[in-house]
Design a protein around this ligand. Structure first.
Ligand code: BGC
Length: 780
């Protein structure tokens, strides 16, 4: 007996020394299983938690700055040298690479191109162009040593007050998914990864790390998940970022239904899921996150690593789940530039990308009004520029989505660059006022606001006297008034920011009266990341151009459009309501009375004990509501004017295999070269499920058509894209009958209609993400 024991001990010793003596495998794409086998539990746990401990949890949760390898990047993963596993770097964000532009010990700068915000990109309705922006952004990430860009932002713009709407694309899932896929494909074509975010239903900022989004399975499937689904199927991002919020009572980052059943089992997602930037949660065990398929905890705190180790040891975490996630991490790592030891230059093609952003932002701008064809002003020589944002031009939003840009071309510079001057007296007044007002704001700054990098509230307008305005009207060919609105991460907008201020209203009236009395046009440029109230003042002015927050070349792009160098072809990707109260989600969307202080704003949900948002509007988000229930809007979904006119003709629809193929002819019937978007809406026949009046099912943009020139656009709609979600049977269903296919240039302006009879089609899926039975939403 004694001898036997000795023998076993000796054999065990031999075995372990031979394991120790074996050189550790070095990671490559072909030996992932071997590396996994060689990893200790500690190493596995480390790989599932980001390398982000800066000792200050708060900073991580709001704005990532954790990476040590690339200063200012949002975070990085842990290196395990023994196994040849390098650290990888992830960086924000949707409008360009967010890194520190200046570093200690070098005079070299590391600025990144400020591309147009998400809403502006989507307003191009041009996925090919967005793909090019993605390539440019990808090249910049690659050359700055970044492995994954934390974007695109793909949440649905549920309500005009959404604080991060500017980072997102649309209220419509098809547009969202198509533009999202183009961006992911563009970035990833450069050999770096993406992290489409925030999966899912992160359409509000108030209480964003805790709010419970209560939403029916149908609305989830048809609205909030569908864009992500399209993007995943068409572009296979390397990573996806789970959102901070809960969905139907379960945190996204610990939601097995969301991250495994739907994302992986149903959609075939192959990459990793990382959390948004939050530390350990008191009310979500790390075991749930690991099991759910949330592979990587970002920015990452040592306590999370410990929790994983302890969880496995105590049996709360299944080692199989850990191994599954670690395998995914290894599969991700071998694809990265860091793994390839890519020698980045820190010298991306900033000049080339400036040209890309100038073209894209001009194409994303939307012309809302052009009375009497005042635009373009071809012989524009001198302009009187009103409004502080003409001089303090907003190129992008705030928070993690802000980019440290090398410069911003404002309106004065943009006009100057094409030979248009601004009236000296007015320019001088504003150019002195803006730095003064900004310095004052900085001096009065609210520390909490700066903590969040939200330090740019709107500068007050200054009073310009009648006498000066009259003088300006004599000097200038036209008046341009720029109205700006900033927004950013962590705070939803206030109703007062959607509306125009009294000072702005006075300025519009006063400038319009005086300029019009001298026969000179008044043009309003909206420099805002999201919609604004227009119905109450638009009659006073001649033209309105939505410039969005168009990136660093913004002033050049505005000048290109105003003077006709570029013919506008942008279209709204969300409805612009007459008033905020009209929106079907407003009743359940945070409204923060402005007399509350900032602290109260953040805590609003908690103070009121309301940390949920009921989606009573269900699938009737945006135009699906306004159009179905015949509500008047300021500008409908898809709206956008041009300097020329177009005619649609010859709409044809046929079934081809599992697809419906739609073709339509577009002719430029006007006198200026331009591009047009054909928007294909579908009205379903009456069936068992109620349906919106119309839904966007395809779109395409022409090339630039000369006057008289035509192009036939052909679009393919997979039949499954026509399906509605039947929660009772957990299935997608195309109910049989005659479908109407409508083509127009916005949801209310339909030019051609034709019908096609379709058979029943169903596709069974899982009964995932159920709403609590006790909840009675208005629709479900
Ligand atoms: C934001 C993410 C961002 C991350 C890293 C979070 O607060 O919600 O969008 O990617 O910070 O900066």
């Amino acid at each position: 007996m004694h001898n036997k024991r000795l023998l076993i001990a000796f054999a065990t010793l031999l075995l372990s020394t031979s394991i120790m003596a074996q050189p550790a495998p070095q990671l490559n794409a072909g030996n992932i299983d071997e590396v996994l086998k060689a990893m200790t539990l500690e190493e596995k746990a480390q790989l599932l938690v980001g390398d982000g401990n800066d000792g200050f949890i708060g900073s991580g949760a709001m704005l990532g700055h954790q990476a040590k390898l690339v200063a200012g990047a949002a975070g990085q993963t842990v290196a395990i040298k023994r196994l040849g596993i390098p650290a990888t770097v992830v960086s924000d964000g949707p409008a360009g690479i967010h890194i520190d532009p200046i570093r200690k010990g070098t005079s070299q700068t590391f600025y990144a191109t400020g591309f147009p915000i998400g809403t502006c990109l989507a307003s191009t309705w041009n996925p090919q162009l967005v793909y090019q922006v993605g390539r440019a952004m990808g090249e910049e990430g690659l050359e700055y040593g970044v492995d994954v860009i934390l974007g695109p932002g793909m949440n649905i713009q549920r309500n005009p007050l959404g604080g991060r709407n500017f980072e997102y694309y649309s209220e419509d899932p098809l547009l969202n998914g198509t533009i999202g896929a183009a961006m992911v494909n563009g970035i990833q074509s450069m050999g770096i990864g993406t992290s489409p975010k925030h999966f899912a239903v992160n359409s509000q900022e108030t209480d964003r790390t805790r709010v419970d989004e209560r939403v029916s399975q149908r609305a989830l499937r048809e609205i909030y998940l569908r864009g992500f689904e399209k993007m995943v199927r068409e572009a296979q991002p390397w990573t996806v970022m789970s959102s901070y919020n809960k969905i139907n009572g379960v945190y996204s980052q610990g939601n097995h239904d969301l991250l495994t059943t739907v994302l992986r089992d149903e959609w075939g997602f192959k990459g990793i899921v990382m959390t948004d930037w939050i530390g350990e949660r008191d009310d979500l065990p790390v075991a749930d996150e690991v099991h759910a398929g949330n592979d990587l905890m970002m920015p990452g705190y040592p306590v999370q690593t410990k929790d994983i180790i302890d969880g496995v040891k105590s049996g709360k975490i299944d080692i199989k789940d850990v191994d599954r996630n670690v395998r995914k991490m290894l599969e991700y790592i071998v694809k990265t530039p860091s793994y390839r030891k890519y020698k980045f230059t820190n010298n991306p093609d900033l000049k080339g990308h400036a040209a890309v952003t100038r073209q894209t932002s001009a194409e994303g701008m939307v012309l809302l009004q052009n009375r009497g064809g005042v635009l373009p002003i071809r012989n524009l020589k001198t302009v009187a520029l009103f409004g502080v944002n003409s001089y303090d031009f907003l190129s992008g939003g705030l928070g993690s989505g802000c980019v440290n840009v090398p410069y911003v071309v404002d309106m004065v510079q943009g006009l100057k660059n094409i030979g248009v001057s601004t009236t000296p007296a007015l320019t001088d007044i504003y150019e002195k006022y803006v730095p003064y007002a900004k310095a004052k704001l900085a001096a009065d700054k609210n520390p909490e606001m700066w903590f969040l990098n939200q330090g740019q509230p709107k500068l007050d307008e200054i009073d310009i006297t009648d006498r000066l305005t009259r003088h300006e009207a004599q000097q200038a060919d036209a008046a341009i008034i720029t109205l700006g609105r900033q927004s950013g991460e962590g705070i939803d907008r206030e109703v007062s920011e959607f509306n125009i201020t009294e000072k702005e209203r006075e300025m519009i009236s006063h400038v319009s009266d005086i300029f019009h009395s001298q026969g000179k046009p008044v043009i309003v440029v909206l420099n805002s990341g999201w919609s604004m109230e227009t119905a109450s003042w638009r009659d006073r002015v001649d033209a309105i151009l939505v410039a969005w927050e168009p990136g660093e070349e913004g002033g050049n792009s505005v000048a290109d459009v105003l003077t006709g160098k570029v013919c506008p072809s942008g279209h709204l990707t969300a409805t612009w309501p007459v008033s905020i109260g009209d929106d079907p989600s407003t009743a359940n969307f945070p409204q923060q009375p402005d007399y509350y202080g900032l602290t109260d704003k953040f805590a609003r949900g908690a103070l009121k004990g309301v940390n949920y948002s009921n989606h009573d509007e269900d699938i009737y988000v945006g135009y699906r509501y306004y159009d179905t229930f015949h509500k008047t809007v300021a500008y409908p979904f898809g709206f956008g004017l041009s300097y020329t006119t177009f005619a649609f003709s010859g709409l044809k629809v046929k079934k081809q295999g599992n697809d419906v193929v739609v073709s339509v002819n577009v002719k430029n019937t006007g006198r200026t070269a331009g591009k047009q978007v054909a928007q294909v809406y579908v009205t379903a026949p009456k069936g068992n499920l109620e349906k919106p009046a119309k839904e966007l099912k395809a779109f395409a943009k022409t090339k630039e058509l000369r006057p008289g020139q035509s192009e036939t656009l052909t679009m393919t709609i997979p039949v499954r894209d026509l399906a509605s979600f039947d929660s009772a049977d957990s299935q997608w269903i195309v109910e049989p009958g005659k479908y109407a296919f409508l083509v127009g240039d916005n949801v209310e302006n339909i030019a051609e209609v034709t019908g096609l009879t379709l058979d029943k089609y169903t596709e069974k899926v899982n009964n995932a993400l159920p709403l609590k039975a006790s909840l009675n939403l208005l629709h479900r």
